[in-house]
Design a protein around this ligand. Structure first.
Ligand code: UFG
Length: 341
């Protein structure tokens, strides 16, 4: 298939571009580089051993989006592009809603006009709100909900995509609910490069390990969990990337207009277990301090992964140690992330 990968220069998008090429698909990347660096493209081309066509523009521009579909025959879209920082979404809700919805509307309009039949959408485990029952199931009794504008943009878009697919007999949609993606390509050439102070646990730990930050703040040590810190379902980004390829292939024979899939491992790992796994990977101590809880954090989050196994024929295979070894290889080879330009 010829696949348009929106946000293909970003963290999960870049790993998925390589997984698609490995599986024999071709890609065109669309990215506005607002949260990614141009240097990723050369790294991807070196790893793929081929040129990767990239269109640098903002998908909220409907005319440019349409023109791309006029010039390329697109069999499927994988839509990663979107803003994703929870805290920033609380400060700038309108920016988040506008960007995350308008990019999707542009793509949907162009897909409708050109009869593009398949869409894989980046959703999030954040659509399982505080009332959802563990392990999270796609068909749980509680309706999806979220507690911040970022998460609510994902909930809204799941509804939009479900409605649009129901009305378009030729369109099939997979809604992929990511748990906590971490790690990097085993080459260490591409990985996660957050701008500023990392919000997420593993990039923060990696920056402590490489000496860019003094110590990790562990948000809360008094949760009702085995060691008092929160449990998350961390998934290796390479497993996640392969999950997208499986979802794309599933859409060829899908019968439901739109279907949600959890992409996780099904296991919870605590913050302190992650710190210790990273210490083993890096061969050095990670200084940390237990501080107050972070507002909005759920104590425990992990997936029921049976639907993805049964219907996509996909399961995560890489361990927490693999995630930390690969995250450390990326961080130690690229202490400051990707170079500028
Ligand atoms: N944590 C720390 N210190 C840090 C950063 C994180 O102790 O410096 C803890 C958090 O409190 C949490 C765990 O590490 O217990 C994981 O935190 P992350 O920020 O890495 O991940 P979250 O589970 O909070 O959020 C992630 C994505 C969101 C998404 C959410 C869905 O970042 O985009 O999963 O479940 F919405």
């Amino acid at each position: 298939m010829h696949v348009l990968v929106s946000g293909g220069a970003g963290y999960i998008g870049s790993h998925t571009v390589l997984a698609l090429i490995r599986a024999g698909h071709s890609v065109v990347v669309v990215d506005d580089f607002s949260n990614s660096k141009a240097a990723v493209v050369g790294r991807l081309e070196a790893l793929a051993g081929q040129q990767i066509p990239v269109q640098a523009f903002d998908l909220t521009d409907r005319d440019k989006t349409d023109r791309l579909f006029d010039t390329e025959h697109v069999d499927a879209v994988i839509h990663f592009a979107g803003f994703k920082a929870v805290g920033e979404s609380v400060a700038k809700p309108l920016t988040y809603y506008t960007n995350n919805l308008d990019t999707t509307f542009s793509l949907l309009r162009a897909m409708e006009r050109h009869g593009t039949p398949k869409l894989v959408f980046s959703s999030s485990a954040t659509v399982y709100g505080p009332r959802s029952v563990l392990p999270y199931r796609e068909d749980g009794e509680e309706p999806i909900e979220a507690v911040n504008p970022y998460g609510r943009s994902k909930v809204m878009l799941e509804h939009v995509l479900t409605d649009v697919a129901a009305a378009a007999p030729a369109l099939k949609v997979a809604l992929l609910r990511y748990f906590n993606p971490v790690g990097a390509h085993p080459s260490g050439m591409i990985g996660e490069d957050p701008g500023g102070i990392p919000n997420n646990l593993v990039p923060y730990i990696a920056q402590v390990a490489v000496g860019r930050r003094e110590k990790l703040s562990v948000f809360g040590g008094d949760y009702d969990t085995p060691d008092g810190t929160c449990l998350r379902d961390y998934i290796h980004v390479e497993d996640l990337a392969e999950g997208h390829v499986a979802a794309l292939e599933y859409l060829t024979t899908a019968t439901e207009p739109a279907r949600a899939f959890n992409l996780g491992t099904g296991h919870g790992t605590s913050v302190l277990e992650m710190v210790h796994a990273f210490e083993r990977a890096a061969g050095r101590p990670i200084p940390y301090e237990i501080v107050d809880r972070r507002p909005g954090d759920l104590p425990v989050s992990y997936a029921d992964v049976s639907r993805a196994a049964a219907e996509l024929g996909w399961r995560a295979t890489r361990s927490v140690d693999d995630m930390c070894v690969d995250a450390w290889r990326w961080q130690s080879q690229n202490p400051e992330g990707y170079p500028d330009a």
